[in-house]
Design a protein around this ligand. Structure first.
Ligand code: GLN
Length: 227
């Protein structure tokens, strides 16, 4: 079986770590810096970094619209931390001019667990990954304040007050995490993405062959967590 061709958005952030994790899972990786780089991908990773910078660069490179189009058409994706913020329908505590793609029907709160000092590591129970907790690395991490009806919440962690906060979601073939799976030796989150990236290379996108449901963005959203 040929190795799926998976893009890593390479505008900013921990691109190399994601590429290494994907390669360990059997993918061939491609750096995505321009709309042309989106051609023939079976999937894509949007790394963490700084969401206001990433969104500004996406617009500047002319990638924001084509990338959103591919994701809406069903291109499988993993969006981590700032990547998740960029895909949200709405950002709380963002910058007023911050561009969001609106691909995921979620409201995300930036720096929700606090600033740099509040970065932390914690085991996260993720049922779709099996019984062993995942080593969650949270760096100025967002949480999901609310999600739409088509969004599945895959994991929570408790905030400083002990309230469960959503930190991993899936809508169609797009997975979003508040934490950084690429900074661990545990490749299960990347393998989850690769499980959807079955398209033969050479097709325009992985959408059709992966059989992914196109994410929709309905208006309604349900509140999450407590308090
Ligand atoms: N807090 C950052 C932002 O708003 C995200 C941090 C990260 O990606 N580690 O963009």
């Amino acid at each position: 079986m040929s190795r799926p061709r998976v893009g890593v958005l390479a505008l900013q952030g921990d691109v190399r770590e994601h590429a290494q994790a994907l390669e360990r899972c059997g993918a061939r990786t491609v750096a995505v810096r321009s709309p042309a780089d989106l051609r023939g991908l079976a999937g894509i990773v949007l790394p963490g970094g700084e969401s206001t910078t990433v969104s500004m660069l996406l617009v500047r490179e002319g990638l924001a619209q084509p990338l959103a189009g591919e994701l809406r058409a069903g291109l499988p994706a993993l969006a981590t931390c700032a990547g998740l913020i960029v895909l949200a329908r709405q950002v709380l505590d963002g910058r007023p001019d911050q561009h969001v793609c609106g691909v995921l029907d979620v409201v995300v709160r930036r720096n929700a667990f606090g600033r740099q000092v509040a970065s932390f590591e914690r085991p996260v129970d993720i049922a779709v990954l099996g019984p062993v907790a995942f080593p969650g690395v949270f760096i100025r991490a967002p949480w999901l304040e609310s999600v739409g009806p088509q969004v599945e919440v895959l994991a929570h962690v408790a905030d400083a007050d002990g309230h469960p906060r959503a930190v991993m979601v899936r809508q169609g073939a797009v997975i979003g995490t508040s934490f950084h799976p690429e900074l661990t030796a545990d490749d299960r989150v990347h393998a989850l993405l690769l499980g959807r990236c079955t398209a033969p290379s050479g097709t325009s996108t992985g959408a059709g062959a992966a059989g992914a449901a196109a994410p929709q963005v309905p208006a309604a959203a349900v509140p999450l967590g407590v308090g």
